[in-house]
Design a protein around this ligand. Structure first.
Ligand code: GDP
Length: 146
């Protein structure tokens, strides 16, 4: 069993119908080990997106991620990382709309920055990202027990 970190980004959390739809979709596909609404701070956002520092979209990504509450979840399933990334679809929303019109980013994304959701891209990233948003979560115990 694998775990991953999912984030529903601020503009989707503001849309209660969209948020409910996504929670239903997630509930049908994954075991939710933990979840919470969290207003990500500038400091947390900078740690989280450290690898993107200096890129042209970094400042707008920071501004967006701290603009309001997000909804963060720790998901578990077989092939959880790829499964959630497949449901999310491509990073770039305009590409997603054409190539994967039913994916989350095509349905709820507004732009390449406001692309609706986040999912870890590897087991190592999942552990790092979970430790940032859920510092109290004991990932090693969960992974070892499954
Ligand atoms: P992800 O793993 O699919 O979320 O993609 P990345 O790790 O490459 O990028 C992190 C986040 O930065 C994305 O989810 C977007 O919000 C934003 N981002 C990535 N690439 C671009 C881009 O080319 N333009 C803009 N405006 N934002 C981007």
């Amino acid at each position: 069993m694998e775990i991953t970190l999912a984030i529903i980004k601020p503009h989707v959390v503001r849309n209660t119908v969209a948020l409910r739809n996504l929670k239903n979709l997630i509930g049908k596909n994954f075991t939710i080990l933990d979840s919470k609404q969290v207003h990500i701070t500038k400091e947390l956002s900078e740690r989280f997106y450290n690898e993107h520092k200096g890129k042209f979209f970094y400042n707008r990504l920071m501004t967006f991620m701290i603009s309001g509450p997000s909804y963060a979840l720790i998901l578990q399933s077989q092939d959880c990382i790829q499964k959630w990334r497949n449901l999310m679809g491509p990073t770039k929303v305009y590409k997603a709309v054409y190539s994967h019109p039913d994916c989350i980013r095509a349905l709820y994304g507004l732009s390449d920055t406001r692309n609706a959701c986040h999912g870890s891209d590897s087991e190592q990233s999942a552990l790092r990202e979970i430790s940032i948003l859920f510092p109290e979560f004991k990932a090693t115990e969960i992974v070892m027990n499954n």
